[in-house]
Write a protein that binds this ligand. Structure first.
Ligand code: NAD
Length: 325
């Protein structure tokens, strides 16, 4: 009897992130040659949370990837959280630092959102500044009217967009800005860090996105015939398994980000041949089951997020140099 094979493929984030390595290395070499940063750019990560294993791991990978590609990385531990704000302000003022990131959660409440805004916009590699968010939600791609300074996108939603491009879900035949036209997507997570900006980005690019959180399900679109220039949101009702199942019926893409080890997306809701991507640090799909249902499955996305951090930093340096000239 022949062995039953999975019909689709599992694609690892490490494979996708590698496609950005050369672009990053070339850009860093250029900065070195032009003496903009002869020793390579400097990224500083602030870790104020003790015993946060996920943050420690993320910091370790950021350091390894950065140094492997020619970026200097410095992890600054701030044992007393109340000194973090001052440490960020000092880094904002330090011209030797090109990029700043914070390992969240720090306080685990709205104070974290305040800290995001303390990071200077010009050094915000995570793309969390409110100006960047506002541009994203309004589908504005530049910081200036002359369209010389590109806006920055939050790195995890951006990583997922880049994964969709790699998987050829974005259709190159369509005009830029409409390349997800005709695609239906479900995003299970509506946090302000990942899920909501991701749903908006995909809808801005022409997709129909069902955004799911514990409370309700919303539909993000640019309207019939993509008549609007940016996404609109419609409430579909309170969360229920039936409503989730019904929005999944036509979903070409299912993206999960539920921060719980016990959560598993119901495999029976997945359309045969759909693309499934999980960005939660816990595996939200049952591996063996999803592999038999999905055409493409990306179990984790963290390494692509790190590549996007570095890419954002290089874009920030470009913007800074452009402003000087
Ligand atoms: P969060 O707690 O702010 O948001 C969780 C979201 O999931 C909320 O919208 C919530 O309503 C929704 N949710 C929770 N349980 C649900 C359920 N049973 N059904 C439907 N929706 C449900 O978390 P976050 O900051 O968005 O992070 C989510 C996960 O993503 C975490 O595991 C985090 O570690 C991970 N993360 C990964 C990256 C990366 O680059 N891979 C980056 C940031 C966060």
């Amino acid at each position: 009897m022949s062995e039953v094979k999975n019909p689709g493929r599992t694609i690892l984030a490490s494979k996708i992130s590698k496609t950005y390595d050369q672009e990053i290395v070339d850009k860093i070499n250029d900065l070195k040659e032009k003496k903009v940063r002869p020793e390579g750019p400097l990224l500083v990560g602030f870790l104020a949370n003790q015993d946060d294993e996920a943050a420690e791991m993320y910091a370790k990978w950021t350091q390894k990837t950065s140094e492997g590609l020619g970026v200097r990385y410095e992890l600054r531990r701030v044992p007393d959280k109340d000194f973090l704000e001052e440490a960020i302000i000092q880094a904002n003022r330090d011209d030797s630092i090109d990029g700043i990131m914070i390992y969240f959660p720090v306080f685990g409440n709205a104070q974290d959102q305040y800290l995001q805004q303390v990071v200077a916009r010009e050094k915000d590699v995570e793309g969390l500044n409110h100006v960047y968010y506002q541009n994203l939600y309004h589908n504005i791609r530049y910081l200036d009217d002359a369209q010389t300074l590109k806006s920055i996108l939050p790195c995890t939603p951006l990583a997922i967009i880049k994964i969709l491009e790699y998987l050829k879900i974005y259709n190159d035949f369509l005009p830029e800005g409409n390349r997800l036209y005709g695609k239906t997507c479900v995003v299970v997570n509506r946090s302000e860090i990942v899920g909501r900006p991701l749903a908006a980005l995909m809808a801005n690019d022409g997709a129909t996105v069902y955004s799911v959180d514990v409370n309700n399900i919303q539909k993000f679109t640019r309207g019939e015939g993509l008549k609007f220039t940016k996404h609109h949101v419609e409430d579909l009702g309170a969360f229920s398994d039936d409503l989730l199942q019904s929005v999944c019926k036509d979903a070409d893409i299912i993206i999960t980000g539920v921060p719980s080890k016990d959560y598993k997306f119901p495999t029976e809701y997945i359309k045969e041949g759909a693309t499934c991507i999980n960005f939660s640090s816990h595996k939200n799909f049952v591996d063996e089951e999803v592999k038999q249902k999905a055409s493409l499955y990306v179990p984790m996305t963290g390494k692509v997020t790190i590549a996007m951090l570095l890419r954002n930093m290089l874009r920030l340096i470009d913007n800074r140099e452009h402003m000087k000239n």
